[in-house]
Design a protein around this ligand. Structure first.
Ligand code: HEC
Ligand code: HEC
Length: 230
């Protein structure tokens, strides 16, 4: 476990109210070191060997949502999530061992594997939901989510807001439920507050709607694309 110094915790708490739409600041030392590192894509390819058993060689995860797609995600978000998983701020029992420094390496390895993932295109066929009430979902999305995740779910790397467009439906739904229940401890508090006011049914249609938002065409792989590095 790493702890940020007490005053930074206090400061971020004190600043939270006026700064609700700002991302969580990078408090963790490892996060700042990885963000500042100069990444080596070749070295990252070697680290990525550890990931393919779950996230698959294309880094697209699986359509049933057990493993999320990583391709297309902003570097800052990938780095922060790995640092959070390592630091125990986000529970991920499946990845806990792999994510340890003695297995995957230090902040440089996090930067390297993240840079390698940036070279991969996104899946053309994410898992989607049943396709019901998408118009209602769109209204909720623009009222409650778009200011941070963007009008098309593209997120904002500079502010650590994840890209959520084209992510697998079942993964999105699990995260929304976990954030709502407080199980995902690193979640943005303002998002958690808004999700809390929604009905379980709304989360289902929101996850479905978001999974169907199309990433920019140049980010999407042709159907049947295989990662030539593996
Ligand atoms: C044993 C399976 C397993 C392995 C190996 C694994 N992961 Fe994961 N990973 C998961 C699971 C499961 C989740 C989603 C957990 C959840 O539902 O919250 C995840 C989530 C993530 C996330 C967060 C994604 C997001 O959208 O927030 C990142 C980033 C990530 N993994 C990167 C990696 C990298 C890089 C490696 C290799 C160094 C790796 N993982 C290896 C199982 C694995
Ligand atoms: C105030 C800004 C903000 C708002 C509003 C917001 N989010 Fe988020 N969201 C975030 C941040 C920041 C994260 C990443 C949290 C972290 O791990 O630090 C996130 C994470 C997520 C994730 C997990 C992504 C992944 O790859 O694991 C999903 C899904 C999500 N948000 C959906 C939504 C939906 C749907 C809404 C509207 C109901 C919403 N968010 C509203 C900021 C926001």
């Amino acid at each position: 476990m790493r702890h940020s110094s007490w005053w930074r915790g206090w400061l971020s708490g004190a600043l939270l109210l006026p700064a609700v739409v700002m991302a969580d600041a990078p408090l963790d030392d490892e996060l700042s070191t990885a963000m500042a590192a100069t990444p080596n894509v070749e070295a990252g390819k070697a680290v990525f060997r550890l990931c393919v058993v779950c996230h698959q060689t294309e880094s697209w995860g699986v359509e049933d949502g057990n493993y999320p797609q990583l391709a297309g995600q902003h570097s800052s978000v990938i780095i922060k999530q790995i640092a959070d998983i390592r630091a125990g701020n986000r529970d991920n029992p499946a990845m806990l061992v792999i994510a340890q420094e003695k297995v995957m390496g230090g902040p440089q390895a996090i930067a390297d594997v993240t840079a390698y993932i940036q070279t991969l295109p996104m899946t053309p066929t994410p898992g989607v939901g049943p396709g019901e009430k998408l118009d209602k979902a769109e209204r909720i999305y623009f009222r409650k989510c778009a200011e941070c995740h963007g009008s098309n779910g593209q997120g904002d790397g500079e502010r650590y807001f994840p890209r959520i467009q084209g992510q697998h439906y079942a993964y999105l739904l699990r995260q929304l439920n976990w954030i709502r229940e407080g199980k995902r401890r690193n979640a943005n508090p303002e998002m958690a507050r808004r999700l809390n006011k929604l009905k379980p049914r709304d989360l289902t249609i929101l996850a479905d709607y978001v999974s169907r938002l199309k990433p920019p065409a140049e980010k999407i792989a042709p159907v049947g694309w295989k990662n030539p590095d593996f």
